[in-house]
Design a protein around this ligand. Structure first.
Ligand code: FES
Length: 615
């Protein structure tokens, strides 16, 4: 009986696979190559992996009973159900992984080009009986004549040197990274000197191809981080590697695979050979950087939250299997603390927060899956990390989703009508972070929610919005999109629970800012500028953010978006030796503040969770 094969048919693709009885539906879906999102890593917490199934499955688990509504006939959570007979599966579009909106815009700033990789063309005299200098010494002698002294060369290079020299008739180009001879190439290859800068995010990976001699940007490409199928946030990925013997290897392999695919795309689009890419820089949060290096980050998630690596790392491309020139060099940004990584160092670098000689007070906020905050007062910098991201990325919101096609990103309530903006146009599938902030600010303005976050409309609001005030899963809710206008005819409702999740997230950011202000003894009136980094900072409506009190009220501060500042920082380190050194100084010079160690933190958080402008 155990060996009986079960037929699983996926609709609408009509894909069919055979499996054994008692297989987990999640594993069957993965085997079929159907890209479903498992945001909580399959723990039954998020309720986002919904599929419609006809046929025999195991009984509903308690997690399913919690997340599924009685009206959702035949709907199951893919991570919970076990196959017990032939079944037909229909995947909900909201459960599918789709490509998020990738942020490629960056601030314009001048970068002093001083590449770490330099090429020197040499026409060497061939050896003779009167000139029997060893091959490597011959190369070194003529490099020395050009003022390049004592280059270090590794064994792989020494092994290939005699062949390259002779095949090139002793006319060759030496590729150097400071004192290290990276490789030698036949003929004159000057002018073909490229690098790639990577921003390795928890959700997306963005790579940029750069001409190292000119600093010109040749192409940018991005992919979803394939580790996401093991959990949407860093903690779920750590859980995965703890519970699977080969977990760390699997996660590392996935991310390196994605990076190599991006390099392949960049080299094709930029018409650049991969052998001519000699340098790659990487910025990411501390966990991502550990996973990319294959270093176990488990202790980051355990008290007292200690990373293995804080310092930067330099490796040879072939050591990690990154497919640029195998002799090329990889530079991993230094981190600041367990949850403030190389990506924050890169944001600080790109926005010149660290080297600002003026006495300006500036605040940078980067809200991704995690929220990092940096406050600079002249040369003094403090930073903190807040667990703010999940709600802003759509996780833990009943119909939340990332900022991708079909997500509501804008909401306006006017004259009894709800106007929405949907990414990519078309019908709405769910709501993303910027939509959530807009919607809440509008509900607040219309007195549908009060400042404590209660979805308890005033009598005026009840009259005006009676047709929209509804219930879902026993929670009060506000109907954003009616059934007829929504994709798959699933109405989109913002519930009381969703609003509570948003309050927690915005409270975390706001209280983090307040504590950093206290730490540097800065009054709100002294803050000159607020910089919003990352995708979220680019897409939110600053007015809505202010209305709900995501950031405190800074009377004289200018608020501006700085786009993908982390990517810009990675590019700067790629083309400028100075900026690379600066990244090292930032890592050492910024003080990390552990918010939970502040006795006042719970009170500040409670206050910061209230809606309305924060003083
Ligand atoms: S409930 Fe299935 S992945 Fe979260």
């Amino acid at each position: 009986m155990k060996n009986r094969k079960i037929r699983v048919i996926f609709r609408p693709e009509k894909k069919e696979i055979l499996t054994s009885i008692k297989s987990s539906l999640k594993e069957v879906i993965k085997r079929a190559g159907i890209k479903i999102n498992f945001p909580c890593g399959g723990k039954g917490i998020c309720g986002k992996c919904k599929v419609k199934v006809k046929g025999k499955l195991s009984p509903l688990t308690s997690a399913e009973k919690k997340h599924l509504q009685p009206v959702e006939k035949d709907v199951r959570l893919a991570c919970q159900a076990v196959v017990e007979g032939n079944i037909e599966v229909e995947v909900y579009p909201l459960s599918l992984i789709s490509f998020p909106k990738i942020l490629t815009n960056r601030i314009n700033r001048e970068i002093k080009i001083k590449p770490l990789i330099k090429k020197t063309y040499l026409s060497l005299p061939p050896p003779s009986l009167k000139d029997q200098i060893a091959d490597l010494s011959r190369l070194e002698k003529y490099l020395k004549e050009r003022g390049i002294r004592y280059p270090f060369a590794d064994l792989d290079l020494v092994k290939k040197l005699p062949r390259v020299m002779r095949e090139a008739d002793f006319k060759l180009t030496a590729v150097l990274k400071k004192q290290r001879l990276l490789t030698v190439e036949k003929g004159d290859t000057r002018g073909k000197n490229f690098g790639v800068a990577f921003d390795v995010g928890t959700t997306t990976v963005v790579g940029t191809l750069i001409d190292l001699d000119t600093g010109e940007e040749l192409a940018t490409r991005a992919l979803l981080n394939p580790q996401a199928s093991f959990g949407e946030d860093v903690v779920s990925r750590i859980d995965f590697l703890q519970s699977h013997l080969e977990g760390l290897k699997i996660l590392q392999k996935r991310i390196i695979g994605a990076i190599n695919r991006i390099i392949q795309m960049l080299s094709r689009v930029g018409e650049v050979k991969r052998e001519n890419i000699y340098l790659a820089t990487f910025v990411g949060n501390t966990v991502m950087q550990h996973l990319l290096l294959g270093v176990n980050p488990t202790n980051l998630a355990l008290y007292p939250y200690v990373p293995v690596l804080k310092r930067s790392m330099e490796l040879k491309a072939s050591d990690l299997g990154i497919r640029i020139n195998p002799q090329g060099s990889l530079y991993f940004f230094p981190n600041i603390a367990a949850f403030v990584g190389g990506d924050t160092v890169a944001v600080i670098l790109a926005t010149s927060l660290f080297d600002d000689n003026s006495q300006k007070v500036r605040l940078a906020i980067d809200i991704g899956t995690n929220g990092e905050i940096v406050l600079a007062k002249g040369k003094k910098l403090v930073c903190a990390s807040t667990a703010a991201g999940p709600a802003f990325e759509g996780a833990r919101i009943s119909q939340g989703m990332r900022a991708e096609r079909g997500a509501i990103e804008k909401v306006k309530l006017e004259e009894g009508k709800v106007e929405i903006g949907v990414i990519g146009g078309g019908r709405a599938r769910g709501i993303c972070g910027s939509g959530l902030i807009d919607a809440s600010s509008q509900l607040l303005k219309e007195e549908i929610i009060d400042s404590s976050g209660w979805l308890k409309p005033s009598s005026k609001a009840k009259e005006k919005w009676s047709s929209r005030i509804t219930k879902k899963n026993n929670h009060n809710g506000f109907l954003l999109v009616e059934r007829e206008k929504a994709q798959d005819r699933i109405p989109i409702v913002l519930t009381q629970k969703d609003i509570r999740e948003l309050q927690l997230a915005k409270g975390a950011i706001c209280s983090g800012i307040k504590i950093l202000l206290t730490r540097l003894e800065v009054e709100k009136g002294e803050v000159d500028e607020v910089l919003l980094a990352g995708a979220f900072g680019s897409y939110i409506n600053p007015e809505s953010a202010h209305l709900i009190g995501l950031i405190p009220n800074f009377p004289k501060a200018k608020v501006r978006s700085v786009g993908n500042a982390a990517s810009l920082g990675a590019i700067m380190a790629l083309v400028s030796e100075e900026d690379c050194k600066q990244a090292e100084k930032i890592s050492e010079g910024v003080d990390y503040v552990e918010l939970a160690s502040f006795p006042e933190f719970p009170d500040i958080l409670t206050q910061a969770m209230r809606f309305g402008k924060q003083d």
